[in-house]
Design a protein around this ligand. Structure first.
Ligand code: NAP
Length: 335
């Protein structure tokens, strides 16, 4: 009997929130590796807000996932068979292997990881793409300086939780914006932020006025919409607004609403700059080494939200990102 490979494929282009019927739960035979390839069993799959953008048929930094294609996803697989000189059975490999139980790869974009140093999930989070995003977005795009005031939205998430902790390491005052009292307590407690704002409760502008009396030097934006607009009213002179993401807009069925307070950039001689983490790929090793050091000496606490299940749980798990159900990096652990 041929072994089977459960896969999640894109069945239809979603409009707004992704519906269960936009996915196809598919069963394929497990493929053998060809010459120069290796095959592996998926252990952990990354769930990222950006995946929502990959479902839309519009120009972006990556081509859209095609209808009928296996959903694109970062993951860690364990090599089971190999005809590739660089990968041996038993190796743990990070790559873009998709939402499926088994994958075959020619090794392009794949990297062996050492799971004796950190769990596989951490290579998808603090030591992976979200960690790199926090590091380069804050230090390079945000050009952070000691003593500055940093505000970060999506602060209890994969990227935001690392942004705030790096800013603290760099000697800054840090205010996090997140949904709900538990997340805010996590920020000011375990994660060491100076203050937190629950954006679901009360007036964000008023809270920002109270908590950033000297204005915001770096605003690291993960959410866009009204929160971005509120932050723009508090910019200090020569502030930097880092456009990392805009999750509040990803399920819009109407055009993205832009910030109405953008003229504060003019008044404050500030700049607003977007970035895509992949542009920093050549420097990932440098960032990963520094973040690993901070994790090792306890200055960065890693928050991961691990859902145990199978690939069939992917569609429901993905929605957690948009409901704010995750604390830290969301991953699906296939065991
Ligand atoms: P995450 O923050 O771990 O998860 C998403 C969080 O967004 C949720 O937990 C929720 O937290 C919040 N959220 C959901 N809907 C919201 C809304 N309508 N308004 C405000 N907050 C909302 O995700 P992540 O992986 O760290 O990604 C964070 C952002 O970075 C995303 O926008 C993503 O696209 C972006 N990103 C960009 C790059 C890049 O290269 N530019 C790379 C990676 C990620 P609450 O409970 O606090 O609402």
């Amino acid at each position: 009997m041929t072994a089977t490979n459960r896969q999640i494929r894109l069945a239809a282009r979603p409009s707004g929130t992704v519906r269960p019927e936009d996915w196809e739960h598919h069963t394929a035979p497990v493929a053998e590796p060809g010459p120069g390839q290796f095959a592996g069993r998926t252990r952990v799959i990354s769930l990222d807000p950006a995946m929502r953008g990959w479902l839309d048929d519009r120009p972006s930094y990556l081509p859209p996932v095609g209808i009928g294609e296996v959903m694109r996803a970062g993951s860690v697989i364990e090599v089971t068979a190999s005809d590739h000189p660089g990968f041996q059975p038993g190796d743990q490999v990070l790559g873009t292997f998709g939402v499926q139980e088994y994958a075959v790869s020619d090794g392009k974009g794949a990297m062996k990881i050492d799971t004796s140093l950190a769990p596989a999930s951490t290579y998808l989070g603090a030591l992976g793409m979200p960690g790199m995003t926090a590091y380069f977005g804050l230090l390079d795009v945000g050009a952070l300086k000691e003593g500055e005031t940093v505000v970060v939205s999506g602060a209890a998430g994969a990227v935001g939780s690392i942004v705030g902790q790096i800013a603290k390491i760099k000697g800054c005052r840090v205010v996090g914006i997140a949904g709900g009292p538990e997340k805010c307590a996590l920020l000011t407690g375990e994660l060491g932020f100076d203050a937190a704002i629950d954006y679901r409760e009360g007036d964000i502008r008023q809270r920002l006025r109270e908590l950033t009396p000297d204005g915001i030097d770096v605003y690291f934006d993960n959410v866009g919409g009204d929160i971005l607009d509120a932050a723009l009213t508090r910019l200090a002179m020569h502030a930097r607004v880092v456009i990392c993401g805009a999750i509040s807009q990803y399920n819009n069925t109407t055009p993205v609403s832009g910030p109405s307070n953008y003229l504060s950039l003019l008044v404050r001689r500030a700049r607003m700059e977007g970035f895509v983490v992949f542009d920093y790929a050549k420097r990932y090793a440098e960032a990963a080494q520094e973040i690993a050091g901070w994790i090792g000496d306890g200055r960065i606490k890693v928050k991961e939200h691990v859902v145990k299940g199978g690939v069939d749980d992917f569609p429901e798990t993905f929605q957690m990102l948009f409901r704010g159900d995750n604390v830290g990096k969301l991953v699906l652990d296939l065991g």
